[in-house]
Design a protein around this ligand. Structure first.
Ligand code: FAD
Length: 409
């Protein structure tokens, strides 16, 4: 079997599927190769973790024509409340101050995945091979050549551009010898849905504790999504607690801003690291999403950043098609890399600095960060900058990130 495509995407996680949706809508012949059944329960990235979508990501989903399907299952965030357990510092960001309907939205990765997969199924320009394996590939001056095993057959594919969207352990990145820098945070995020006896009133809480940050994100159905970071050597013990003991421990850590915790659903654990690839493009190759940057979820930025990679890459590819350029040319892909570099570095630095700053329990550091939070709360320009970071509006924005459709390009 043979196939000829413009773009071959390896990895149909949230980022790879978003790229395929955008390209398919613009009529770019795209093939997605996903190792698990797409959107099935086994796919790691489409699980019950809750994703805080920045306002910029909401615009991208609107530009993709998928927001109307997502909106009923996405809970708007009206206020973000950041506090430091055992200290006086806190800051609050409100939608009224930013002049927006919502600072962001919360939806589970499972729901985001479902909406994306349904979107893909409507696109004639997109072929999805899942479950499938990229067994071999090479890149020459004219094309990418790949062998893909799917349903017991080998499909020989050629494409103008190979996109690695295959996550933190990216096999494409490793096979090409692209180096990474990593930092193991020696922390684990425990996620679960919880119910409380007070309503969340659309407030997202980020609370820093001496054992790691704890976020409670508002969800539809009057629940909250818990992302609780603990030291890696404590995670097994916390996961194994029975429901009553787990809720009691959580209550001690979070306090009573939402009243009493009354229920907890199933719990899952994610080891945390910072990973940055040293290159994001080569001739006929682009890396996006977790394959190029994997972040700590402390500030809820990983998928938002990956979606901005998608929006920028789509702009560059569509510009190239309009002007008759080769979509795999290095000069063109470098425009994508340069465009994304500042945002990727800024968000990785911001996230990593928060982990370091709030991981310190030494009194001088705690005083300084509390003073910093109070100063941030009292200083409108600094708060506006924080708001722009949180909402994904910093830097030059591609077409999709401005909420514009690419379907007619
Ligand atoms: C606890 C937690 C909470 C988070 N909260 C937020 C949040 O609030 N906001 C936010 O923006 N981000 C958040 N994130 C980050 C976000 O989940 C990730 O950034 C995002 O899911 C990355 O998507 P991806 O598609 O790049 O990678 P992945 O989800 O890793 O997808 C990669 C895909 O590639 C497939 N694959 C791998 N190898 C191959 C291969 N050889 N061939 C074919 N397919 C392959 C995999 O099966 C997978 O489907 C959170 C992360 C965690 C852990």
């Amino acid at each position: 079997m043979q196939g000829e495509f413009d773009v071959l995407i390896i990895g149909g996680g949230l980022v790879g599927a978003s790229l395929a949706c955008a390209l398919g809508q613009a009529g770019v012949r795209t093939c997605v190769v996903e190792a698990s059944p797409l959107g099935g329960g086994q796919q790691s990235g489409y699980d019950e973790r809750s994703i805080a979508l920045a306002q910029g990501s909401q615009r991208i989903f609107a530009g993709l024509g998928l927001w109307s399907a997502l909106q009923p299952e996405a809970c708007p965030i009206h206020t973000i409340h950041v506090s430091d357990r055992g200290h006086y510092g806190f800051t609050r960001l409100r939608r009224e101050q930013e002049g927006v309907a919502a600072l962001g939205y919360v939806a589970t990765a499972r729901v985001l995945g479902k909406v994306l997969v349904e979107g893909l199924q409507r696109l004639d320009a997109v072929q999805v091979l899942a479950p499938a394996q990229l067994t071999a590939f090479h890149i020459d001056a004219d094309a990418v050549h790949a062998d893909i095993e799917h349903r017991g057959e080998t499909l020989r594919c050629t494409a103008g551009l190979l996109v690695a969207a295959d996550g933190a352990q990216s096999a494409v990145r490793r096979q090409l010898g692209i180096e990474t820098t990593r930092r193991d945070y020696e922390q684990t995020a425990i996620i679960a849905n919880v119910s409380t006896d007070k309503p969340h009133n659309n407030v997202a809480f980020e609370r820093f504790t001496d054992s790691g940050p704890l976020a409670l994100l508002p969800m539809t159905g009057a629940r909250s999504a818990l992302v609780w970071t603990v030291r890696a050597d404590q995670s097994e013990e916390v996961i194994a607690l029975d429901d009553a003991a787990f809720l009691e421990r959580l209550q001690q850590r979070f306090g009573y801003r939402l009243g009493r915790f009354t229920r907890v659903g199933s719990r899952n654990a994610f080891p945390l690291q910072l990973l940055q690839a040293s290159e994001s493009v080569r001739p006929r190759l682009a890396l996006i999403g977790n394959a190029v940057h994997t972040l700590h979820p402390i500030a809820g930025q990983g998928f938002n950043l990956g979606l901005r990679d998608v929006a920028a890459l789509v702009d560059v590819i569509l510009d190239a098609r309009r002007s008759g350029q080769d979509i795999g040319s290095l000069a063109l892909l470098q425009r994508y890399a340069e465009w994304r570099q500042a945002d990727q570095r800024r968000v990785a630095l911001f996230t990593d600095s928060m982990v370091r700053l709030f991981g310190q329990s030494l009194p001088p550091v705690a005083w300084l960060r509390d003073a910093g939070m109070l100063a941030l709360d009292a200083c409108p320009p600094a708060k506006r900058w924080f708001g722009r970071m949180t909402m994904g509006r910093a830097g030059r924005l591609p077409r999709l990130a401005r909420g514009l459709s690419i379907a007619d390009e």
